[in-house]
Design a protein around this ligand. Structure first.
Ligand code: PA5
Length: 444
């Protein structure tokens, strides 16, 4: 199970950093377990690893097999919580170079997560001459970015295969009852999967939202869910040994001491999108009512040669949460060089992982000495089970943290502001007054 090492943060914390919060953590735990706190109708993810829809789960695996057999590529159309989880898990468990690897599963392209014309054209170019399918994912069914991208890929499929076959290659993951995508899927007869009512976008990776693309990439869903279920059991137990309680309490205590930025540190390039997923989870859950840690991320050792300077000596406003996997998946030994021009023969015969371990230990001490508390999240080997645990650990800790901060961790009212302005400027019917006002402010 995930463990948290707080020993490199305690020098910055008061002695009662955990004990003074246990009563509120116990209360927050109850709110999560019973869905009785703020935003409680969106706590369907809490028992999801046990109570997930088994029939749909089996169908996801069937459809993934079909896509693997009839498609060389899958285009996953979605944004935010309807995108980041799948990409995070696929990159962490397969590779950021997944599409470049020799494999018997389809390439996976992510579209509709922005409005870049060039990015869209590139994906069209990469799939148009190959057999491909589309998984369009939108809980609301009305989000502009994926809706625009889906129009384009739907047309592409229809031109390539005709309407009938295109229908068989489109899979819609959306609300069970409502929304434009649900209406379209019903009228066109697409195979559909459900985003449960009680699960918000950023907590949805273990629903069909994440699971279908993850299964298409050949990842073992059972093991992923088993890992999450084990974490669910372990983290529901109240007490100061609970790593989710420790993480939530430590980050809240550091926040109240003025450490306003949390940097999630990974040492694996494959971890980059997991950090993006984490940033959405914490940023959207806590950043409201004028409060919240700013979630940032770095990839070490690469970023030690860039952001490392700031972390060591810049404004003392951050702490680091380091995710550490116990073992590498493979091994590599540093070769001997008879000329030793680079002076590295003192390392020959040593595994690269040994060098990485010392870099990590040295960095941790340097940053702590520089005034940056470090929390270390210890995970086992980078496999399905561990990633399932990690997902649940961060989700559960996020719920606890949000309640400690006294915000609703399950809404995101701030996301609407840009949408309203964008709709107005685009001339969406109903936004005429705002359009005139915004254009006057913009000067044209
Ligand atoms: O976490 C969230 O709720 C958001 O990031 C949404 O997932 C994102 O805006 C996409 O929404 P939808 O799935 O409705 O298209």
């Amino acid at each position: 199970m995930i463990q948290l090492d707080v020993s490199n943060a305690t020098g910055f914390l008061p002695e009662d950093w955990l004990t003074s919060r246990t009563e509120r953590l116990e209360q927050a735990r109850g709110w999560l377990e019973n869905g009785s706190g703020a935003g409680g109708s969106f706590t369907g993810w809490v028992h999801l690893p046990r109570d997930y829809d088994k029939e749909e789960f089996a169908r996801i695996r069937c459809v993934a097999k079909k896509i693997q057999s009839d498609s060389q590529a899958l285009v996953v159309v979605g944004i935010g919580g309807s995108y980041l989880g799948a990409r995070a898990v696929i990159e962490l468990l397969k590779s950021p170079n997944y599409n470049l690897k020799k494999k018997d599963t389809p390439d996976i392209f992510f579209a509709g997560n922005g409005l870049s014309t060039d990015a869209l054209l590139e994906i069209i170019d990469l799939v148009k001459d190959r057999d491909f399918s589309v998984n369009v994912i939108s809980k609301s069914g009305t989000t502009t970015e994926p809706a625009v991208a889906f129009r384009i890929f739907k047309n592409l499929l229809e031109e390539k295969y005709g309407k009938e076959e295109a229908r068989r290659r489109i899979y819609a993951t959306t609300d069970a009852h409502k929304g434009a995508l649900k209406g379209l899927a019903d009228s066109e007869g697409y195979e559909t999967f459900v985003v449960p009512d009680a699960v918000g976008g950023r907590y949805s990776v273990l629903t069909a939202v994440g699971l279908l693309p993850i299964a298409v990439a050949g990842i073992d869903l059972e093991k992923l869910m088993e890992g999450a279920a084990q974490a669910m059991e372990a983290l529901s137990v109240p007490g100061m040994d609970n790593p989710a309680w420790q993480y939530a309490a430590a980050r809240h205590a550091l926040y109240t001491l003025g450490k306003r930025t949390e940097i999630l540190v990974g040492y694996e390039p494959a971890f980059r999108f997991f950090a993006e997923w984490w940033k959405q989870l914490y940023g959207e859950s806590e950043g409201k009512d004028g409060k919240g840690l700013f979630p940032a991320s770095v990839e070490f050792t690469a970023d030690l040669h860039s952001m490392g300077q700031y972390i060591q000596q810049g404004e003392r406003l951050m702490f680091e949460s380091v995710v550490r996997f116990a073992e590498s998946l493979g091994s590599f030994t540093i070769p001997h060089d008879p000329d030793n021009v680079d002076g590295l023969n003192f390392l020959s015969g040593k595994p690269l992982s040994f060098v990485a371990e010392q870099a990590m230990r040295g960095t941790l001490l340097a940053h702590v000495d520089g005034g940056v508390p470090n929390l270390v999240i210890q995970a086992a080997r980078r496999d399905e089970h561990t990633v399932g645990e990690l997902i649940y650990f961060f989700e559960y800790s996020c719920g606890l943290s949000g309640y400690l901060l006294e915000v609703n961790p399950f809404d995101q009212p701030g996301v609407e502001a840009y949408k309203k302005n964008m709709y107005a400027l685009l001339g969406k019917p109903g936004y005429e007054a705002q359009k005139a006002e915004l254009e006057a402010r913009l000067g044209h």
